[in-house]
Design a protein around this ligand. Structure first.
Ligand SMILES: [Zn+2]
Length: 354
């Protein structure tokens, strides 16, 4: 049934090997950005372990165990108590915890430890998903250490996070990390078309999604289109002129309150535009770029871009993104990012953002 999951064939191969060899670690850590299917893979593992009629160590997908494991019984929004407990699937051996507010709580970890020590009620293995594992604080992480160190033979803990760097070393060292990659636009597009989304919309959504199926399904195309327009202006200002006034205006706009939530999305969009222009400047075919529908504009930019500098810009954006994780003042860093990038155009140096 792994073939029903989208993308990440390397991850599939690794997990499959572990299942076949009966050497699945008791503590796994699934990392990779939001919306690329980490939770679905974790549930698929739970199914493979508990399936009544497995085929070649994979879940059949249709037996009563398989069907019930897919169904997570999330509490209603306002039922505060239930969010602090294990949220069970329809199968008594498979459940998950999420952070009720900002942190995963000690009592949730204690409950997992207690439940992990029971033998399976019905299936062959008990499987517990810990979603948003980056929300473990010192106390809840410590409450988890013992069971993570040596899970009972029939119990498996799968921690899931998009931000592994936030986890304590004591947690990281006890888990086997499985890294998920962003999905390719083509993988997303195929899936959307299969789900009755028309080809043109599917293509645009897939390209706007930045590798995340979640975003492809929920993303807002109007916002994306306007973001792209704004960021194309920035790239033009960078490449076609040394128009510092325009760059500062763009930096300002990026910092405006109304775009606060979009800040990182806009950086992502800018990055894909730079990458595309860079690839075109190296003679890559337009069918391989992300913003294929903007190929005319991007080709014009590509003629004037210096490939070495484009590479630097991407490093500088990635630097900025790292700084944002530690909450550096957005305004200051964005201004300096754009000025450094502009300086790059003017002087041909390779300054760093920091
Ligand atoms: Zn089955």
């Amino acid at each position: 049934m792994f073939d029903e999951l989208i993308g990440n064939s390397r991850v599939k191969a690794v997990l499959k090997r572990m299942l076949v060899a009966d050497r699945l670690p008791g503590a796994l850590l699934f990392t990779g950005e939001e919306g690329i299917g980490k939770k679905l893979f974790a549930l698929e593992i739970a199914r493979a372990l508990n399936c009544r009629t497995p085929k070649d160590h994979e879940a059949c997908g249709v037996c009563s165990s398989c069907v019930r494991i897919r169904k997570l019984n999330y509490p209603t929004r306002d039922d505060a108590d239930e969010w602090t407990q294990i949220i069970w699937t329809d199968h008594p051996d498979v459940g998950l915890v999420v952070a009720p507010k900002r942190v995963l709580r000690v009592e949730q970890m204690r409950q997992i430890e207690k439940e992990a020590n029971f033998r399976p009620f019905e299936g062959k293995a008990r499987v517990f998903l810990i979603d948003e594992a980056d929300k473990l604080n010192d106390a809840s992480a410590n409450a988890l250490l013992k069971v993570l160190e040596e899970p009972p033979r029939t119990s498996y803990l799968i921690l899931i996070t998009a931000r592994p760097a936030m986890l304590l070393p004591t947690i990281l060292s006890r888990c086997q990390m499985i890294r998920f990659s962003p999905l390719a636009p083509a993988e997303i597009e195929t899936h959307l078309v299969k789900n009755d989304i028309d080809k043109k919309t599917a293509r645009l959504r897939a390209r706007a999604a930045g590798g995340s199926m979640g975003r492809a399904l929920s993303g807002d195309l109007v916002t994306f289109t306007s973001q792209r327009k704004a960021m194309l202006k920035v790239l033009n200002a960078l490449v076609l002129s040394e128009d510092r006034a325009q760059l500062l205006r763009s930096a300002e706009q990026l910092n405006e309150a109304q775009y606060k939530d979009e800040f990182e999305e806009r950086l992502d969009v800018l990055e894909t535009l730079i990458r595309d222009a860079w690839m075109l400047s190296l003679g890559v075919d337009t069918s391989r770029i992300v913003n294929e529908d903007l190929s005319t504009e991007l080709k014009e930019i590509a003629q004037k871009i210096n490939p070495g500098r484009a590479g630097d810009w991407i490093l500088q954006i990635e630097d900025l993104r790292e700084q944002l994780i530690v909450n550096v003042n957005k305004k200051v860093t964005t201004d300096s990012l754009f000025l450094v990038m502009a300086g790059d155009v003017a002087a041909g140096k390779r300054p760093k953002v920091r």
